[in-house]
Design a protein around this ligand. Sequence first.
Ligand code: TMP
Length: 207
Amino acid sequence: MSLFITFEGGEGCGKSTQAHALYRKLRRKNLPAVLTHEPGGTTLGEQIGKMLKRKTENIHPQTELLLFAASRAQLVADVIQPALKEGKIVICDRFSHSTTAYQGYGRELDLATVQMVNNLATQYVKPNIVIFLDLSPEQGLARRGKLLDRFELQELSFHRRVRQGYLKMSAEEPDRWLVVDATLPKKKISEIIWEKVNHLLAEKGYL
Ligand code: TMP
């Protein structure tokens, strides 16, 4: 028994808030939940994440892909796989689909190569459900305010490609993806997510 839930979306979509809310709800129900995030979640991953977000850094797309993969490989081996093996419910704020969306569709790196690198980093661990909070980049970036990191500073066309990438992936695997309109009130979004997760918890034998 195990359940792996990931949250995905563009800038300012509210996924971290929803990931935290879901984690708290599971814990209140005394369910064995673990919350982590990318890039980061390990000491090494946090350092890589800081380098990747620094706006003074000139990072080539290939380097970027490999750094995200390095952070992920460490997180999968140290945190995600052990927790899943112990039967826990793992919630991860971003995972391999972020790499496909940002480095594949956004940076326009070869999608097959991105997939190969993702497989290496994840050791083929896949989320049971990907919760995608969909929002236009205009609305997402407006929510962010002025303190922008290296990704938020990318041109609008980059963010549009990222969103299109997410939409394409969700259409390709509709059973794995829950697409939620991120303009809905926070409470409503939490309810939609809970309905889906509750169903999965029952299916996996946690309830
Ligand atoms: P955050 O805003 O959720 O903390 O994520 C940090 C940034 O890193 C965000 O702009 C998305 C980007 N990112 C990628 O480009 N590729 C990846 O694989 C991951 C995990 C994040």
